[in-house]
Design a protein around this ligand. Sequence first.
Ligand SMILES: [Zn+2]
Length: 370
Amino acid sequence: MFSFAGQYGGASTRREGAQIRPVTAPHPETWLKVTPSGLFCEPGGFFIDPTRAVDRAVISHGHSDHARPGHAHVLATAETLAIMTARMGEGRAGVAQQALGFGETLVVNGVRVWLRPAGHVLGSAQICMEWQGSRAVVSGDYKRRPDPTAAGFEPEPCDVFVTEATFALPVFRHPPAEAEIARLLRSVALFPERTHVVGCYSLGKCQRLVALLRQAGWDRPIHLHGAHVALCRLYESLGVPLGMLRTATVAKKEELKGAIVLAPPSAVADRWARRLAEPVVAVASGWMRVRQRARQGGVELPLVISDHADWDELLATAEDVQAPEIWVTHGREDALIHALSLRGIRGRALHLVGRGDEEEDTDAAEAPAA
Ligand SMILES: [Zn+2]
């Protein structure tokens, strides 16, 4: 039977101060352990975003480096469960699934568990845990910028905050996404005979680009590479309107003149894109901040749009959560840990194995074909 039991409603109580843990409470490192399978909440008996199949997993969001197939029990937001099922197939996304909504609390073997929005992709959550008065928050991936397709990040004061560090260098300061979308639309206006092909990963970035284009007033159909269709449909069924979408095929070359086509970065780089009408090749990624990356990929129009926190967002979040200690995963740990130490915050590199970066297009490769 399902072992996440004892659910009851009610939001958590916020506490003020740099350290919420009473002196007698155990340090989070005594109950939240780094194991070869990932972070393990020992008293609760569950893993967080485990890298291999386990009995009980709490999953922060649907990207493939956080949500793996084959767990017996999975706890996540309803949206993340739906995304996992769509990508992995019925049964592989947890033999038993339990949804936990924002604002709900669950007690697992004495550990209080609740979720807060992470602002990364639809359904993405920070996993908040409290045991014997000691509180840890595992943020998964997150960003602080507004995103019409995901609930905004909410800081939760804690004793230990676990952060990603994908763009943890001062050089990474993402411009407003709206300004990048405006650059794209200016290019479309400038080259009405050409097809603009925008490389973007299939879960989150694709739907965010569509929603941003709609916000900017682009009400014409948006064309999708087949690999992007299924998740867009799922987003719409989960209440995220995306407007008129069409499947893009090379056969529609004439029709696609002046159109915007969203495709996995891998398709943008290969023959598929080159067969479209004089394509303007764009890629939307935080990595487009690195000019060399754009040049190597033959990207004519690099768009710096990221679903990860940039340097300023990482530091602002460190302040907001008031944690005296921050654990850093997958990314540039050293620079962030040094910057935190200057602010009187103790940093620790977790060196979790198996974390990728979906902006590197690991996701697109396994996106469902449709
Ligand atoms: Zn992610």
